[in-house]
Structure formats: structure tokens, C-alpha cells
Design a protein around this ligand. Structure first.
Ligand code: ADP
Ligand code: DP6
Ligand code: CO
Length: 353
């Protein structure tokens, strides 16, 4: 039927890195200069919802994000479409009774229920949802690992949102990126007491996109090679051990030191990049005060390429961590979002400004 429309939907969560990806060795394929590791906030209120459809009646590929039409001619989106169409084409070739979806234009309709391009990993949830919705539409038998290879080409951090829990992204060494893939370090259920809270300091679009920022850092920062070649490889190994052993103090210290190291290379970029603001720095001080008062490390801050803080802590310390952060944003702001599961990482938004 000429009027047929094929459709599939999915949602994908954000992930917040505790060892950050910052730097590309190949900007076309989004191949990173270092491996990274994140926590997928699966129980989060922060999600992308995407519907992919295709029809012989459509005239061109289209992407509608939060109600506005986006440019799909960019190499990143094109790479995802091309890879997924190739996989569908293979299925159609081996099974000629399947409808020829691979030759129909695609329409992607996506909504982020949290600020876009504000340092809360919208590109991660966004491209993970885009790739999975099309894979569902095409009924591809692709594994999360294979989808991570494709989503990486949309946005590097997106490869990690195809898995839940604690997720690594191995930088790989192949020039074609075939070994630059996400992998599960541990499922969320491995550490059921882990919690995260997100402090939305600003929902404004960042001044320097992650893509531009990291390429300027690679080109100009003299601190950067030390971070990429020495600091991060060492901490990647230490972080995986901390997670395996559920050693919160080591997890937390590595998380905070890596966030500081990443933002130090941003300041060392020319011209300098400032993602943190005064409220971010107040959040760092608040976490330091919490840990000082507790006599041990019970909370860890981390900041992506934006001013918004994510604070990891264990359930038993929720009272002291939440109390101190509430004070920071003022009692009247209250909590937004609630914990939903016992066996997964959950988080709450403290403040939306
Ligand atoms: P963030 O810190 O939010 O990840 P980035 O600078 O990395 O910010 O990326 C933001 C860009 O990611 C947006 O301008 C848009 O091009 C893309 N993006 C965000 N959400 C989606 C989505 N749901 N679907 C497709 N692309 C998206
Ligand atoms: C600071 O994945 O958004 O959040 O690959 O250019 O789309 P592109 O960049 P992106 O960079 C994320 C940077 C980070 C750290 C991280 O998520 O690991
Ligand atoms: Co991003």
C-alpha cells in the first residue's frame, strides 16, 4: 500500500560520566582520545522519547526535536541513518518478503523532557534513542554493543546510554572505529544503594558545544596530553576496581578528581572555556562541607560540559546530602522527581532555575 506508515518508539536515559570523554582522535567517526566510564541514570526523570517512522509517501528524511525541525544533512545524523539502513538492507536481501523500509525516507520525532545542550547529556540520550528507535523500526537483531558503535557516530557519549548501570567506552585502536564500543562494567543492581541527585543550576544552552569545546582543547591545551595519556588510563582502571568492590570512597574521590581534571583542561584551553559558574562552585564547596562533617567521603560531585551538578551518594547518607544541597538552593525549591526503584541508580532534581 502506498500510504503505509511503519513506526516504532523508544526512550533512552541520560548517562553522566565519572571518567569523562573529552577529546577526539578522529572527529569524523567520533573516536576518542581516551576511554571513559559513566553511570546510566535509568530511573531518572531525564529521558529522551523518540518515534521513528518511514513511509513511501514521505519525501525526505526529517528530524523534529522538541517541536522544531533540525538539519539532518550533518555527517553525524547521516552516519547513523546510513549504518542502520545498510543493516536493514542486508535483512531485506536475505528475506525478500520483507517490506523495503531501507529505501523509504525516515521521519524522527524526538522530545527531551530536560534541558537540551545544557550539560545534562541530551546528545547522549538523544542519539541513543534515535539509533534504537530506528533499529526497532527496522526490526534489526542488533546487540547493544553493535548499536553503541552506531550511536557513537551521532554523539560519542551516546554509545554509553545503550547500556544500563556502570558503562565503559573503550577508546579502541582501529582506524575504522570497529573496536571503539561501549561495554557493561556492572549492572545497576550490583550497587543497589547508589543514588544520584541532579542540581539544575541553569537550563540555558551552553556557549560552547561539547564537540567544539573538546576539539579546541585538543588543539591548544598543554595539560590535555597528560590527562589523556596518563591520568585517565590510570583512573579508568582504578574506577573499575572501585565499582567492582563497591568502594564508595574511592569511587567518589576518582569522580571528583576527574571532573576537576576535565574542567582544568577547559580553563587551559585557548581561548579558555568556562563551564562552571558561581553556583557550581558553591555546590563543590557544599559537597566538601558534607564530607568534612561526615569525617569521610559520602558524596561526590561531577560536572559535564555545563554548570549543572550531579552528586552521587549512598542511600544511607541521603539525609545529610539532601539536607545540605537543599540549603544551597533554598527550602522553597523543594524536590522534583522521586526515587522509583530499589535496585537501580535513582536521582532527583533539586532545582530548576
Ligand atoms: P549536551 O550537554 O546536552 O549533551 P551537546 O553540546 O553535547 O550538549 O549536544 C547538544 C546537541 O545534541 C543538540 O544541539 C542536538 O543537536 C543534539 N541533540 C540533543 N537532543 C537530541 C535528540 N533528542 N535527538 C537528536 N539530537 C539531539
Ligand atoms: C563532558 O558526547 O556530547 O559530557 O561526541 O561531540 O557529541 P560529541 O560530544 P559529547 O561529549 C560529552 C562530554 C562530557 C563527558 C562525557 O560524557 O564523557
Ligand atoms: Co553531549
Amino acid at each position: 500500500m502506498a500510504s503505509e506508515i511503519h513506526r516504532a518508539s523508544t526512550t533512552a536515559p541520560v548517562n553522566i560520566a565519572v571518567i569523562k570523554y573529552w577529546g577526539k582522535r578522529d572527529p569524523k567517526l567520533n573516536l576518542p582520545t581516551n576511554s571513559s566510564l559513566s553511570v546510566t541514570l535509568s530511573q531518572s526523570d531525564l529521558r529522551t522519547h523518540t518515534t521513528a517512522s518511514c513511509s513511501p509517501t514521505y519525501t525526505h528524511d526529517e528530524l523534529i526535536l522538541n517541536g522544531s525541525s533540525q538539519d539532518v544533512s550533518g555527517a553525524r545524523t547521516q552516519a547513523c541513518f546510513r549504518e542502520l539502513r545498510t543493516l536493514r538492507k542486508q535483512l531485506e536481501t536475505t528475506n525478500p518478503s520483507l517490506p523495503a523500509l531501507s529505501s523509504m525516507p525516515l521521519k524522527i520525532v524526538s522530545e527531551n523532557n530536560f534541558p537540551t545542550a545544557a550539560g545534562l547529556a541530551s546528545s547522549a540520550a538523544g542519539f541513543a534513542a534515535l539509533v534504537r528507535s530506528i533499529a526497532n523500526l527496522y526490526e534489526l537483531p542488533a546487540s547493544p554493543t553493535e548499536l553503541s558503535r552506531i550511536a557513537r557516530q551521532g554523539s560519542g557519549s551516546a554509545c554509553r546510554s545503550l547500556f544500563g548501570g556502570y558503562v565503559g567506552w573503550e577508546q579502541g585502536s582501529q582506524p575504522d572505529g570497529s573496536d571503539s564500543l561501549a561495554f557493561e562494567v556492572a549492572p545497576a543492581s550490583h550497587w543497589p544503594t547508589m543514588r544520584a541527585v541532579i542540581l539544575v543550576v541553569s537550563a540555558a544552552k551552553k556557549g560552547v558545544s561539547s564537540t567544539t569545546g573538546m576539539q579546541t582543547t585538543v588543539a591548544t591545551s598543554s595539560l590535555f596530553p597528560v590527562r589523556a595519556n596518563d591520568t585517565v588510563p590510570r583512573r579508568m582502571a582504578e574506577m573499575q576496581t572501585a565499582i567492582q568492590e563497591r568502594d564508595f570512597e574511592s569511587f567518589a574521590k576518582l569522580t571528583m578528581m576527574d571532573s576537576n581534571s576535565f574542567h582544568a583542561t577547559c580553563l587551559d584551553t585557548w581561548p579558555p572555556i568556562f563551564y562552571l559558574n558561581d553556583v557550581s562552585r558553591a555546590a563543590i564547596k557544599a559537597v566538601e562541607a558534607i564530607n568534612h562533617a561526615a569525617g569521610k567521603i559520602v558524596a561526590a560531585y561531577t560536572f559535564d560540559a555545563g554548570p549543572n551538578a550531579v552528586v552521587y551518594f549512598e542511600e544511607e547518607n541521603e539525609g545529610i546530602v539532601a539536607g545540605a544541597l537543599r540549603k544551597l538552593v533554598g527550602e522553597k525549591e523543594g524536590w522534583k522527581g522521586e526515587a522509583k526503584s530499589d535496585d537501580a541508580v535513582v536521582e532527583k532534581v533539586v532545582k530548576e532555575a
